[in-house]
Design a protein. Structure first.
Length: 135
């Protein structure tokens, strides 16, 4: 039996399909999900989410959020998510440099802004790791 996987960010539905399995990075480590998994609600960590469908493995960069597993449905609500194919390495490097420079230059950043910039740097690092590993 297959799983229904849906990955949604505030901007868009990033992925929606029937899959064989999914590996989700969580704050407590990676979890593998197959059909018949026990119900679970967990916090998603920045990292690589792997989707297996047939003989294909899809690599997605994901940052923050929550995953809910209920029956054969997996719902991931993430702050950011993108597939390997959509990662523009040069644009990600530039965004990472800008965020790092803002952190360096700011003496009294609002805590929310500080956390946001750190999150952008982490997500950029995940994207670059996924893109560069496949070379």
């Amino acid at each position: 039996m297959a799983l229904t996987l849906e990955i949604v960010t505030p901007e868009a539905r990033v992925y929606s399909d029937t899959v064989d399995s999914v590996v989700i990075p969580t704050v407590e480590g990676e979890i593998g999900v197959l059909s018949g998994h026990i119900p679970l609600l967990t916090q998603v960590n920045d990292g690589e989410l792997l989707v297996t469908k047939g003989n294909e493995i899809l690599h997605l960069a994901i940052a923050g959020g929550f995953a809910q597993i209920s029956g054969d449905k997996v719902s991931v609500l993430a702050e950011h998510a993108c597939s390997e194919e959509t990662i523009d390495e040069a644009a990600v490097e530039e965004a990472m440099k800008r965020a790092a420079k803002e952190l360096e230059d700011a003496k009294h950043l609002d805590p929310n802004q500080f956390e946001h910039l750190q999150g952008l740097i982490r997500f950029s690092g995940v994207q670059l790791a996924i893109k560069r590993r496949r070379r």
